[in-house]
Design a protein around this ligand. Structure first.
Ligand SMILES: [Fe+2]
Length: 270
């Protein structure tokens, strides 16, 4: 008796012949990517980031090539917010795959990821990722040479509010408010130390985990929005946000959904 085929990653079997009569892979669709992520993370098992092979998920995300036909129905902008979080698939509780629609010149607060893996792929426009060390690391490393090229960041903030941004918002997607009245005498704490700053272009993929550090994502273009695809596994609902100048944190970054499956959430929550 022939044993049943092991479930295969969809795109491996999905190819045609090109003009040279050689196999040519069909472009992976977003639906196929979702199926592949489900297969990679398995139908059950421990929901623990330690058991997840981030490299495997990263590779899957790299194999998908942005096609607006796939993702436009999930992409809902709201320019009163820094960005919107639009859920594509909840991964049966094992992951969240979502589209983030970034308003012109806006940015996220500096935040952690509640112990989850975060994999981000640029679908349209460009984004900047600025990574920071955890506050206590900044303190411990204060004596290190700050002229180290690896830690220099030349990316300009996409928002005029940036250097003294406050993190007073309760929803992580709210536009970052200016706190220009914050005086140096009020800055108790040490500034967060920048690890690196990276400009990301369409189809490029970035990865972060709390073991790496914190980050902020910015849309540096003042004239157009940007779109990115994010996979979080395990999913989470709340993360910490941080003040850049003091390293102070607060547990208040509620990670709500603006839409689910292309349908607007009435209260912008999941
Ligand atoms: Fe993030």
């Amino acid at each position: 008796m022939v044993p049943p085929l092991t479930p295969q990653i969809a795109h491996i079997m999905d190819h045609t012949m090109n003009s040279n009569n050689k196999p040519e892979k069909e472009p992976l669709t977003l639906d196929q990517l979702v199926k592949n992520i489900h297969l990679a993370l398995g139908p059950d098992g421990g929901l623990d980031s330690e058991h997840i092979d981030a490299n495997e998920i990263l590779k899957l995300m790299e194999e998908y090539s942005s096609n607006a036909t796939d993702w436009s129905k999930y992409t809902i902008f709201d320019h009163s917010r820094a960005y919107t979080r639009n859920l594509i698939d909840d991964g049966n509780g094992k992951f969240n795959l979502m589209i983030l629609a970034w308003s012109k010149g806006q940015q996220s607060p500096i935040h952690d990821h509640a112990g989850s893996h975060c994999i981000m792929k640029i679908l349209d426009g460009e984004l900047e990722e600025t990574q920071y060390e955890w506050p206590n690391e900044s303190k411990n490393n204060a004596a290190k040479n700050t002229k180290d090229d690896d830690t220099e960041c030349n990316c300009k903030s996409s928002s005029s509010s940036s250097p003294s941004s406050s993190v007073e918002s309760s929803d992580i997607t709210e536009a970052v408010q200016t706190s220009s009245s914050l005086q140096s005498s009020e800055l108790n704490g040490n500034p967060l130390r920048t690890r690196k700053c990276t400009r990301l272009h369409p189809n490029e993929v970035a990865y972060i985990h709390d073991k790496i550090g914190l980050h902020r994502i910015s849309n540096p273009d003042q004239g157009r929005g940007a779109v990115s695809l994010h996979l979080y596994t395990p999913p989470y609902q709340v993360c910490k946000t941080f003040e850049e100048k003091t390293g102070r944190s607060r547990m208040g970054g509620k990670c709500t959904f603006y839409s689910i499956g292309g349908h607007r959430c009435t209260d912008s929550s999941s």
